[in-house]
Design a protein around this ligand. Structure first.
Ligand code: ZN
Length: 285
Protein backbone atom coordinates (compact mmCIF):
# COMPACT_ATOMS: atom_id res chain seq x y z
CA UNK A 1 0.00 0.00 0.00
CA UNK A 2 1.24 3.48 -0.88
CA UNK A 3 0.20 6.19 1.57
CA UNK A 4 0.27 9.86 0.63
CA UNK A 5 -0.60 13.19 2.13
CA UNK A 6 -2.42 15.38 -0.37
CA UNK A 7 -4.16 18.67 -0.72
CA UNK A 8 -7.40 19.15 -2.58
CA UNK A 9 -9.56 22.27 -2.43
CA UNK A 10 -7.34 23.64 0.37
CA UNK A 11 -7.98 20.58 2.50
CA UNK A 12 -5.14 18.30 3.58
CA UNK A 13 -5.90 14.59 3.84
CA UNK A 14 -4.31 11.16 3.98
CA UNK A 15 -4.78 8.95 0.97
CA UNK A 16 -3.83 5.70 -0.62
CA UNK A 17 -2.63 5.55 -4.23
CA UNK A 18 -4.80 3.60 -6.68
CA UNK A 19 -3.45 3.59 -10.23
CA UNK A 20 -3.22 7.22 -11.35
CA UNK A 21 -5.43 8.43 -8.54
CA UNK A 22 -5.79 8.71 -4.81
CA UNK A 23 -8.51 7.52 -2.42
CA UNK A 24 -9.19 9.78 0.58
CA UNK A 25 -8.86 7.85 3.86
CA UNK A 26 -11.20 10.11 5.81
CA UNK A 27 -14.11 7.69 5.37
CA UNK A 28 -11.87 4.89 6.66
CA UNK A 29 -11.34 6.91 9.85
CA UNK A 30 -7.87 8.34 9.18
CA UNK A 31 -7.25 12.09 9.02
CA UNK A 32 -3.47 11.85 8.53
CA UNK A 33 -0.72 9.41 7.58
CA UNK A 34 0.62 9.84 11.14
CA UNK A 35 -2.64 8.31 12.40
CA UNK A 36 -2.17 5.32 10.08
CA UNK A 37 1.40 4.86 11.34
CA UNK A 38 0.12 5.02 14.92
CA UNK A 39 -2.40 2.28 14.10
CA UNK A 40 0.46 0.10 12.75
CA UNK A 41 -0.03 -3.08 10.76
CA UNK A 42 -3.58 -3.37 12.13
CA UNK A 43 -4.37 0.04 10.67
CA UNK A 44 -2.95 -0.95 7.29
CA UNK A 45 -4.95 -4.20 7.37
CA UNK A 46 -8.09 -2.21 8.23
CA UNK A 47 -7.58 0.05 5.23
CA UNK A 48 -6.89 -2.91 2.91
CA UNK A 49 -10.10 -4.56 4.07
CA UNK A 50 -12.04 -1.31 3.68
CA UNK A 51 -10.73 -0.88 0.13
CA UNK A 52 -11.55 -4.42 -0.93
CA UNK A 53 -14.86 -4.99 0.81
CA UNK A 54 -16.62 -1.62 0.78
CA UNK A 55 -19.86 -2.02 -1.15
CA UNK A 56 -20.10 -0.12 -4.42
CA UNK A 57 -20.98 3.46 -3.68
CA UNK A 58 -19.55 3.37 -0.15
CA UNK A 59 -15.98 3.76 -1.39
CA UNK A 60 -15.03 7.37 -2.02
CA UNK A 61 -14.08 8.26 -5.56
CA UNK A 62 -10.57 7.83 -6.89
CA UNK A 63 -9.42 11.40 -7.48
CA UNK A 64 -7.00 11.71 -10.44
CA UNK A 65 -3.52 12.74 -9.28
CA UNK A 66 -3.52 15.80 -11.55
CA UNK A 67 -6.39 17.22 -9.49
CA UNK A 68 -4.50 17.07 -6.17
CA UNK A 69 -1.17 18.29 -4.85
CA UNK A 70 0.97 15.70 -3.11
CA UNK A 71 2.72 16.96 0.03
CA UNK A 72 5.47 15.35 2.10
CA UNK A 73 3.84 12.10 3.27
CA UNK A 74 4.79 12.81 6.90
CA UNK A 75 6.41 15.43 9.09
CA UNK A 76 8.98 13.27 10.88
CA UNK A 77 10.04 14.13 14.44
CA UNK A 78 13.65 13.37 13.42
CA UNK A 79 15.61 12.49 10.29
CA UNK A 80 18.67 10.32 10.92
CA UNK A 81 21.17 10.01 8.08
CA UNK A 82 24.09 7.68 7.51
CA UNK A 83 27.31 8.98 5.97
CA UNK A 84 29.35 6.82 3.61
CA UNK A 85 27.19 3.69 3.71
CA UNK A 86 27.64 2.32 0.15
CA UNK A 87 30.72 0.29 -0.76
CA UNK A 88 30.93 1.89 -4.22
CA UNK A 89 30.69 5.41 -2.73
CA UNK A 90 33.36 4.65 -0.09
CA UNK A 91 35.68 3.39 -2.85
CA UNK A 92 34.90 6.46 -5.02
CA UNK A 93 35.68 8.75 -2.06
CA UNK A 94 38.90 6.79 -1.38
CA UNK A 95 37.69 6.38 2.21
CA UNK A 96 38.12 3.34 4.40
CA UNK A 97 35.03 1.17 4.90
CA UNK A 98 33.78 2.47 8.28
CA UNK A 99 33.49 0.16 11.28
CA UNK A 100 30.80 2.18 13.08
CA UNK A 101 27.98 3.94 11.20
CA UNK A 102 28.47 7.71 10.88
CA UNK A 103 25.12 9.13 11.98
CA UNK A 104 24.11 12.76 11.56
CA UNK A 105 20.78 14.56 11.54
CA UNK A 106 18.88 16.64 9.05
CA UNK A 107 16.56 19.12 10.72
CA UNK A 108 12.93 18.12 10.02
CA UNK A 109 12.18 21.75 9.09
CA UNK A 110 14.03 21.03 5.81
CA UNK A 111 11.40 18.50 4.70
CA UNK A 112 9.45 19.19 1.48
CA UNK A 113 7.19 17.05 -0.68
CA UNK A 114 7.31 15.75 -4.26
CA UNK A 115 7.36 18.50 -6.90
CA UNK A 116 8.22 21.22 -4.39
CA UNK A 117 11.28 23.28 -5.35
CA UNK A 118 14.74 22.80 -3.84
CA UNK A 119 15.85 26.41 -3.18
CA UNK A 120 19.52 27.18 -3.64
CA UNK A 121 20.59 29.37 -0.69
CA UNK A 122 22.55 32.56 -1.43
CA UNK A 123 25.24 31.52 1.08
CA UNK A 124 26.28 28.36 -0.77
CA UNK A 125 27.87 27.86 -4.21
CA UNK A 126 28.02 24.07 -4.00
CA UNK A 127 24.60 22.50 -3.57
CA UNK A 128 24.59 18.77 -4.30
CA UNK A 129 22.07 15.91 -4.54
CA UNK A 130 22.11 12.51 -2.79
CA UNK A 131 19.65 9.77 -3.81
CA UNK A 132 18.72 7.75 -0.72
CA UNK A 133 16.55 4.85 0.36
CA UNK A 134 14.90 5.69 3.68
CA UNK A 135 12.70 3.90 6.19
CA UNK A 136 9.95 5.13 8.47
CA UNK A 137 9.78 3.85 12.03
CA UNK A 138 6.41 2.49 13.13
CA UNK A 139 6.56 1.18 16.67
CA UNK A 140 9.30 3.00 18.56
CA UNK A 141 11.76 1.37 20.91
CA UNK A 142 14.92 1.62 22.97
CA UNK A 143 17.77 -0.86 22.43
CA UNK A 144 15.98 -2.76 19.68
CA UNK A 145 17.64 -6.08 18.85
CA UNK A 146 18.84 -6.35 15.24
CA UNK A 147 16.71 -9.44 14.61
CA UNK A 148 13.58 -7.54 15.73
CA UNK A 149 13.92 -4.79 13.11
CA UNK A 150 10.89 -5.83 11.06
CA UNK A 151 8.56 -5.14 13.98
CA UNK A 152 9.68 -1.49 14.02
CA UNK A 153 9.72 -0.54 10.32
CA UNK A 154 6.39 0.86 9.10
CA UNK A 155 7.44 1.53 5.53
CA UNK A 156 9.88 3.03 3.06
CA UNK A 157 10.28 6.19 1.00
CA UNK A 158 12.72 8.06 -1.24
CA UNK A 159 14.77 10.88 0.30
CA UNK A 160 17.04 13.40 -1.39
CA UNK A 161 19.77 14.35 1.10
CA UNK A 162 20.44 17.77 -0.49
CA UNK A 163 23.77 19.07 0.79
CA UNK A 164 25.55 22.42 0.60
CA UNK A 165 29.09 20.99 0.34
CA UNK A 166 30.90 24.25 1.13
CA UNK A 167 28.87 24.67 4.33
CA UNK A 168 28.85 20.94 5.21
CA UNK A 169 32.61 20.48 4.80
CA UNK A 170 33.65 23.77 6.43
CA UNK A 171 33.59 21.88 9.76
CA UNK A 172 33.37 18.27 10.91
CA UNK A 173 29.67 18.73 11.79
CA UNK A 174 27.40 18.13 8.80
CA UNK A 175 23.94 18.86 10.19
CA UNK A 176 23.60 22.55 9.26
CA UNK A 177 25.03 22.17 5.74
CA UNK A 178 22.29 19.61 5.10
CA UNK A 179 19.44 21.48 6.79
CA UNK A 180 18.69 24.61 4.74
CA UNK A 181 14.94 24.97 4.06
CA UNK A 182 13.86 22.55 1.25
CA UNK A 183 16.99 20.37 1.61
CA UNK A 184 15.01 17.23 2.49
CA UNK A 185 12.59 16.22 -0.30
CA UNK A 186 10.75 13.02 0.67
CA UNK A 187 8.08 10.90 -0.98
CA UNK A 188 6.25 10.50 -3.17
CA UNK A 189 4.50 8.04 -0.84
CA UNK A 190 5.25 5.79 2.11
CA UNK A 191 5.26 2.25 0.74
CA UNK A 192 4.22 -0.05 3.57
CA UNK A 193 6.81 -2.62 4.63
CA UNK A 194 4.67 -5.61 3.55
CA UNK A 195 5.08 -4.51 -0.10
CA UNK A 196 8.88 -4.71 -0.08
CA UNK A 197 9.96 -8.31 0.38
CA UNK A 198 13.70 -7.55 0.44
CA UNK A 199 14.73 -3.94 1.14
CA UNK A 200 18.36 -4.91 0.52
CA UNK A 201 17.86 -5.57 -3.21
CA UNK A 202 16.46 -2.30 -4.58
CA UNK A 203 17.84 -0.29 -7.48
CA UNK A 204 18.51 3.36 -6.56
CA UNK A 205 18.85 5.81 -9.47
CA UNK A 206 19.11 9.57 -9.85
CA UNK A 207 18.99 11.62 -13.01
CA UNK A 208 18.95 15.28 -13.96
CA UNK A 209 17.67 16.36 -17.37
CA UNK A 210 17.69 12.75 -18.61
CA UNK A 211 21.34 12.20 -17.60
CA UNK A 212 21.78 9.39 -15.11
CA UNK A 213 24.21 10.39 -12.36
CA UNK A 214 23.65 7.71 -9.68
CA UNK A 215 22.79 4.06 -10.22
CA UNK A 216 23.35 1.48 -7.51
CA UNK A 217 21.54 -1.08 -5.41
CA UNK A 218 20.77 -1.31 -1.69
CA UNK A 219 22.67 -4.61 -1.65
CA UNK A 220 25.77 -2.35 -1.60
CA UNK A 221 24.82 -1.01 1.86
CA UNK A 222 27.64 -1.39 4.39
CA UNK A 223 25.36 -1.08 7.43
CA UNK A 224 21.99 -2.67 6.74
CA UNK A 225 18.63 -1.87 8.30
CA UNK A 226 18.91 -4.27 11.30
CA UNK A 227 22.30 -2.85 12.30
CA UNK A 228 21.23 0.78 11.80
CA UNK A 229 18.10 0.35 13.92
CA UNK A 230 20.03 -1.50 16.64
CA UNK A 231 22.86 1.04 16.67
CA UNK A 232 20.76 4.24 16.71
CA UNK A 233 18.26 2.84 19.23
CA UNK A 234 21.10 1.72 21.52
CA UNK A 235 21.69 5.44 22.10
CA UNK A 236 18.37 7.23 21.60
CA UNK A 237 14.93 5.58 21.68
CA UNK A 238 13.45 5.51 18.20
CA UNK A 239 10.08 7.22 17.89
CA UNK A 240 7.06 6.60 15.72
CA UNK A 241 7.53 8.54 12.48
CA UNK A 242 11.31 8.90 12.73
CA UNK A 243 13.03 8.56 9.36
CA UNK A 244 16.34 6.76 8.91
CA UNK A 245 17.93 7.51 5.55
CA UNK A 246 20.44 4.83 4.66
CA UNK A 247 23.03 6.89 2.77
CA UNK A 248 23.86 7.62 -0.85
CA UNK A 249 25.72 5.56 -3.48
CA UNK A 250 28.48 6.73 -5.82
CA UNK A 251 27.87 9.50 -8.34
CA UNK A 252 27.15 12.63 -6.26
CA UNK A 253 28.17 15.97 -7.80
CA UNK A 254 31.10 16.23 -5.38
CA UNK A 255 32.56 13.03 -6.87
CA UNK A 256 32.01 13.94 -10.55
CA UNK A 257 34.90 15.09 -12.73
CA UNK A 258 34.54 17.99 -13.05
CA UNK A 259 32.42 18.50 -9.95
CA UNK A 260 28.88 19.59 -10.74
CA UNK A 261 26.45 21.56 -8.57
CA UNK A 262 22.69 22.01 -8.79
CA UNK A 263 21.60 24.87 -11.05
CA UNK A 264 18.31 26.81 -11.16
CA UNK A 265 16.01 25.30 -13.79
CA UNK A 266 17.20 21.71 -13.31
CA UNK A 267 14.92 18.93 -12.06
CA UNK A 268 16.29 16.14 -9.88
CA UNK A 269 14.53 12.78 -10.25
CA UNK A 270 15.20 9.80 -8.01
CA UNK A 271 13.66 6.38 -8.55
CA UNK A 272 13.87 3.33 -6.32
CA UNK A 273 12.40 -0.06 -7.25
CA UNK A 274 8.98 -0.47 -5.71
CA UNK A 275 8.87 3.05 -4.24
CA UNK A 276 8.14 5.13 -7.34
CA UNK A 277 9.79 8.39 -8.35
CA UNK A 278 10.57 11.60 -6.49
CA UNK A 279 11.09 14.71 -8.66
CA UNK A 280 11.94 18.21 -7.48
CA UNK A 281 12.76 21.30 -9.53
CA UNK A 282 15.67 23.52 -8.49
CA UNK A 283 15.18 27.27 -7.99
CA UNK A 284 17.37 30.12 -6.86
CA UNK A 285 16.44 31.40 -3.38
ZN1 ZN B 1 23.30 11.39 2.64
Amino acid sequence: MKLVTFQQNHETAAGVLRGDGVVNLKAAGFQSVAEVIAAGTQGVARIAKWLSSAPAGALPEIVPLERVRLLAPIQPPRVFCVGLNYRDHAVESKMEIPKVPTIFLKLPTAVIGPGEPIRLPVNSQQVDYEAEFALVIGRGGFRIKPEEWRGHVFGYLILNDVSARDVQLATTQWTLGKSFPSFCPIGPAITTADEIADPHALQVQLSIGGVQLQNSNTRELIFRIPELIAYISSITPLQEGDIISTGTPAGVGLGQKPQRWLQPGETVTISISGLGQLSNPVLAE
